[in-house]
Design a protein around this ligand. Structure first.
Ligand code: BG6
Length: 495
């Protein structure tokens, strides 16, 4: 169904807008979900013309546009307005343009504001949208914001208070793009559509769960941001804890936003908040030094552009979360994420307990793996009998991957999330209660690390992280369950 809507993008000249927003809007346009009745106002400080803006939009969708006329028709819906977010008079100009476009495109008063800029401006923008009467209540009015949502519990609370003076929680869409990914959404399908898994989804059968978010890239051009953030805030506070809560939560009463949110918040509340001492024992960090992989040389993190030469920012973080509830008592949830690791791979491994009464000494633990990216699918490792005379047990793997053609047609994370915003569906967004609890858990670790002046562990670029991350599991008599993605390599798809 075609949507009637006026988008206003703050930060329209930025990288995020070109890389993610315009292509996602274009995908919705190609699918007919946006057609005649939408317009986009792009704002930023630079004095661009509509023509120039449209060229930028066209360039950003060049890869997706196989029909030039279609792309041009799409770009014609874009208007540029130079804007200083702190200047109240600029909002009057914006309001006038919005009213004109809303009439021209019959957008029915529906408005979506996308804040693709630094969080310190969120409060000012929200306030002005209200004080200058850009918000009229004529149609739906929703605000979409990107991470980082604050830098600590304190700053996140301030940010949230400022937004909630103007918008209700159900009008605020905090993007966590992992929640738009196909396989993250599949976690609930695996758990709740398969009694064989849900029946064993507890401490009686599960030994530990491992979540790895490995990246092969370094910090790229984002050194300025990353050096103030680090892996803990960049990935664990948001994406990793979101995934963790989906794995930990109890079965919701219904498969809807409110029921799932209730369970996710309960799950996050049940994660143990550590003392400083515990945080130092249970979380480790590392920073990449120069390294080499597949014949390619990589520079150290400290030599990357816009990174302080004596930076102590972690490019890798790993740790153990414990959940204090009946289902999960004593089951460790190991998490790790880092830049410049051996390969890009986001995976969840659910490692089942050994059968204490097993007839076979060499039977391996069953492992259910959910492959989130770059390949998407599942595998289950089981034990079978090796063919031949005698009786040897050998590990086998039942494996399923979505084929790339099927995935090529499935929507991209941002596109899914945009459509959810237009439908007013907040199921795949981060809510305040979740963000708040995540900061409570993360702040302790951050503070413990900041106070700890011992040398920062290092790992060579192209490896799976510092030794301390392996020691973390070894201390518990366990090991990371990770082999390079064989399926991926066999098809020559590993870059
Ligand atoms: C972002 C982080 O949220 O997620 C980046 O800021 C990271 O540092 C990115 O590279 C990873 O996302 P994806 O979709 O490429 O796995």
């Amino acid at each position: 169904m075609e949507k009637h809507v006026l988008f206003t993008i703050f930060g329209a000249t930025g990288d995020l807008a070109s890389r993610k927003l315009y292509p996602s809007l274009f995908r919705l346009y190609k699918r007919g979900q946006l057609a005649e009745h939408f317009a986009v106002i792009g704002t930023a400080r630079r004095p661009w013309t509509d023509e120039h803006y449209r060229e930028v939009v066209l360039e950003s969708i060049a890869d997706l546009a196989n029909d030039k006329r279609q792309a041009e028709n799409f770009a014609r819906h874009f208007y540029y307005q130079s804007h200083d977010v702190n200047d109240a008079s600029h909002y009057v100009t914006l309001k006038n343009l919005g009213e004109k476009l809303s009439k021209k495109y019959e957008t029915l008063g529906n408005q979506v504001f996308f804040l693709a800029m630094a969080p310190q401006f969120f409060g000012t923008i929200a306030e002005h949208l209200k004080s200058e009467h850009i918000l009229t209540g004529a149609g739906f009015e929703r605000i979409v914001i990107e991470k980082p949502f604050g830098e600590s519990l304190k700053t996140a609370t301030e940010l949230n208070d400022a937004l909630q003076k103007v918008f209700r929680e159900d009008q605020i869409f905090r993007i966590d793009h992992y929640l738009g990914k196909e396989m993250i959404q599949s976690v609930s399908a695996v758990r709740f559509a398969n009694p064989i898994f849900e029946a064993v989804w507890n401490r009686q059968y599960i030994d530990n769960i491992q979540i790895t978010f490995a990246e092969a890239v370094g910090v790229e051009e984002r050194g300025g941001y990353y050096d103030h953030s680090g892996a803990l805030k960049d990935m664990i506070q948001n994406h990793v804890l979101q995934v963790l809560s989906l794995l930990v939560m109890e079965k919701p009463a219904k498969f809807d936003e409110a029921s799932i949110l209730r369970e996710k918040v309960k799950a996050l509340q049940a994660i143990r908040k550590y003392s400083h001492e515990e945080a130092l024992q249970k979380f480790v960090r590392g920073q990449y030094t120069a390294g080499e992989l597949d014949g390619q040389d990589f520079i150290s993190y400290r030599s990357e552009p816009n990174v302080a030469p004596d930076s102590r920012t972690e490019t890798f973080a790993a740790g153990k979360f414990l959940i204090d509830n009946e289902r999960w008592a004593h089951v460790p949830f190991y998490v790790r994420t880092g830049k410049r690791m051996t390969e890009k791979g986001t995976r969840i491994n659910v490692v089942f307990k050994k059968d204490p009464g097993s007839l076979f000494d060499n039977a391996e633990q069953n492992v259910l793996t959910i492959y989130i990216q770059p390949t998407e699918g599942f595998s289950l490792s089981v034990n079978g009998k090796a063919a031949g005379s005698g009786f040897e047990i050998e590990p086998l793997r039942l494996s399923f991957r979505h084929d790339t053609e099927y995935l090529g047609n499935s929507p991209e994370a941002y596109e899914t999330l945009f459509l959810d915003v237009l439908n007013g569906n907040g199921m795949n967004f981060s809510h305040w209660e979740e963000a708040k609890r995540a900061w409570e858990l993360i702040d302790v670790i951050r503070e413990a690390w900041d106070a700890d002046k011992s040398p920062l562990p290092e790992y060579a670029a192209g490896t799976m992280g510092p030794q301390v991350a392996f020691d973390l599991l070894e201390k518990d008599g366990r090991a990371w369950n990770w082999t390079p993605d064989v399926w991926y390599r066999e098809r020559g798809l590993l870059k």
